[in-house]
Design a protein around this ligand. Sequence first.
Ligand code: AHM
Ligand code: MG
Length: 343
Amino acid sequence: MVDQKSKSVITLEEYIIQSQNKFPGAKGELSQLLRDIGLAAKIISREVNKAGITNILGEDGSTNVHGESVKKLDLFADEQLISALNRSEITCMVISEENDGIVDLDNDGGKYIVYLDPLDGSSNIDVNVSIGSIFSIYLRKNTSTKKLSEDDALQPGLQQVAAGYVLYGSSTLMAYTTGVGVSLFTLDPSIGEFILSNDDIKIPDYGSIYSVNEGNYKSWPEGLKKYVKYCQEVDDETNRPYSARYIGAMVADVHRTLMKGGIFIYPDSQEYPNGKLRLMYECNPLSMIIEQAGGMAIDGNGRVMEITPESIHQRTPIFIGSKQNVMKVKEFLDEHKDEKIEA
Ligand code: AHM
Ligand code: MG
């Protein structure tokens, strides 16, 4: 006899409600917020899939706060996510890669602050390669003050109440955590629903893939140069040489790392003394996902999520992935930390 229960599918909406029911007294606001993000993700996914035919590809002529050219789809994703978050009046403030300062949503009762990278990996847009959206959710620190400021949003990653990403790849998927493991959903375009594919995904403890932009090799710290040489050496016992994989969209590279193990690195370098990737809406949320899946994320010294932020757009180096791989790169960094970069 076919076990109907084991065959039944669970949608993102159902899963969020079931999870909320495990916490008596929960008001359902965080659940609503996650559902809002899920809805925006479906709309963005639809546009990403037909980007080539709707003339939405390409640059809109302006530059964002980091001086990078802004693609039309970045703006579209930014607008969709912000308007979805504004709808249920739970979110008081959004900080996004595409906006210079904070976006005050004028929801006075809203107790959540959401950081967004609306479309990560935007240089991949025009060439039909994976991109993603990243989100990170905090509770507002001070609910008594009406006027919101950046200070309300400057909290270490350890204070995140939830985080996740949507990956627009060969299929669209969403991963999120509320601090009790990582759940993964795949969008079924025929019914327009995210379907649960794994409710407690774990990263392998060790993997034989390294992921870093090796074009920057010359300006890396010595420890990293030595580590990458180590990855390329032959050793059957540790499954070396590793494979090199680099998509150029952090969300896609980290997703592969979550599924297959290994390490993703964006280091400090002569060109980027603090790294290139943003702490609050790229590194913290993906660190929370990877840690919740049993992996590790460090900035070269300590845990990424322990960094006390000083500004909303600040950058950090990151070494993220399987525990054993991250601990190994740390050994190399520590051993060579006082050596000057040799060109
Ligand atoms: P962005 O597209 O949101 O600006 O993100 C920056 C991207 C990351 O997704 C990716 O890991 C990195 O920049 C790639 O940088 P580089 O081209 O220097 O390797
Ligand atoms: Mg990004």
